[in-house]
Design a protein around this ligand. Structure first.
Ligand code: NAP
Ligand code: GDD
Length: 349
């Protein structure tokens, strides 16, 4: 039986990947951080909490990484752990560099020393293209990061290439464009919108505050993207791949589709707040996944309008259940909204 170790198993992709690998017959190990309140809701939501084996581990702590590798003896390691929120990386630039950048160097060093035969997947990102001037981005597009998060991911991306070349590790960068799902964190714009649509529809909230709604992203469906991660580690030679839908849509289009799928007009419920504007914005991402299609045989099936609809449907169903008093593992009831969170733009009198 193959062993897989997933860092960041408590996150959106970690939970879907764990489920995918369990279905393939893997023994799945995952790392989680020690938090004041444990955060296993996604694994419970997918019904796999009892099937995965968990280690406490933090990418800030090399010894905890070594212990996770030593105990799990993985054939494949998927590094999905990161401070993954671009907005927060402007507020916590140093911590983002430590976790999202240096954390990967710690992991590569640990793999080199403890399990050099293990195949390694790194969650690289389209955010590395930054506020670029290209119509569509692929594996050869220049990388010009526009956020502390992207700069940290770029460092990790290059460290992986150095370890692949220098030490012969089987290691792949998956340059994934945005991918969403009902398990997406509530701070990311898609889920922030679909969660708000559900609350507004049910009369629990009246409006939502957003930043730059002209930004464009290439949004795909997360459960399909974890399959591409696995495919990358099954090839004869390691390489880097773009995973995307080859479509780009604005946040405004997302709003329009999400509110109208619940029979609402988005313009009645959206306010723009400078609190959600970023110091540097990535205005447009649009991925060309031709290499993934050609080499991995991967292509997306769920595209923009189906994605928006399935996310709205599930958030509506959850809030309706909640109103009926049904309890289930879920994040939203515990996170009323972002109004209480101050930003650097707040001026104190
Ligand atoms: P996510 O839901 O935010 O999950 C991030 C995971 O990292 C969580 O399990 C989190 O643990 C863990 N983590 C955070 N800090 C850590 C630390 N210091 N040590 C160990 N673990 C830590 O992110 P996602 O959407 O699943 O994305 C997975 C990966 O793909 C991330 O690396 C992200 O940057 C990258 N990526 C995502 C997308 C996308 O559109 N989703 C696109 C490209 C790349 P807690 O649960 O304890 O917070
Ligand atoms: N989060 C958020 N909240 N974003 C907003 C808001 C808001 O209120 N209003 C407008 N936006 C805009 C952001 O400025 C950005 O241009 C776009 O919506 C998408 O923001 P996010 O959903 O936060 O995602 P992201 O593109 O910054 O980052 C995600 O995708 C990357 C891959 O391109 C994350 O998953 C990263 O981890 C990932 O690497």
């Amino acid at each position: 039986m193959k062993h897989a170790l997933i860092t960041g198993i408590t996150g959106q992709d970690g939970a879907y990947l764990a489920k995918y690998l369990l279905n393939k017959g893997y023994r799945v190990f995952g790392t989680y951080r020690r938090l004041s309140t444990p955060n296993f809701w996604r694994l419970q939501y997918l019904g796999i909490f009892d099937e995965v084996e968990l280690f406490p581990c933090d990418l800030m702590d090399s010894f905890s990484i070594i212990e996770a590798l030593r105990l799990s003896r993985p054939d494949e390691v998927y590094n999905l752990a990161a401070q993954s929120f671009v907005g927060a990386s402007f507020e916590q630039a140093i911590a983002s560099g430590e976790i999202t950048g240096l954390g990967v160097a710690r992991l590569l060093e640990a793999i080199r020393l403890v399990t050099p035969e293990a195949r390694f997947y790194q969650a690289s990102t389209s955010e590395m293209f930054g506020d670029n001037r290209y119509d569509a981005q692929d594996e050869n597009t220049p990388l010009e990061p526009s956020s502390p998060y992207a700069a940290a991911k770029l460092y990790a991306h290059h460290m992986l290439k150095i370890y692949r070349k220098g030490y012969g590790l089987y290691a792949c960068n998956g340059i994934l464009f945005n991918h969403e799902s009902p398990l997406r964190g509530l701070e990311f714009v898609t889920r922030k919108i679909t969660n708000a649509v559900a609350k507004i529809k049910l009369g629990l909230e009246s409006h939502i505050e957003l930043g730059n709604i002209d930004a464009r992203r290439d949004w795909g469906y997360a459960p399909e993207y974890v399959e591409a991660m696995w495919l990358m580690l099954q090839q004869d030679t390691p390489d880097d791949y773009v995973v995307a839908t080859n479509e780009t849509h604005s946040v405004r289009e997302f709003l329009q589709a999400a509110f109208s799928s619940a029979g609402l007009n988005w313009e009645d419920h959206v306010r723009i707040s400078e609190k959600f504007l970023r110091p540097v914005e990535v205005r447009s991402l649009h991925g060309n996944y031709e290499k993934s299609a050609r080499v991995l045989g991967w292509q997306p099936k769920v595209l923009f309008s189906d994605l928006v609809e399935l996310m709205v449907r599930e958030d509506l169903e959850r809030w309706a259940q909640w109103n009926r008093g049904v309890h289930f593992p879920w994040d939203a009831w515990n996170y009323p909204n972002e109004k209480k969170i101050l930003s650097r733009k707040v001026k104190f009198e």
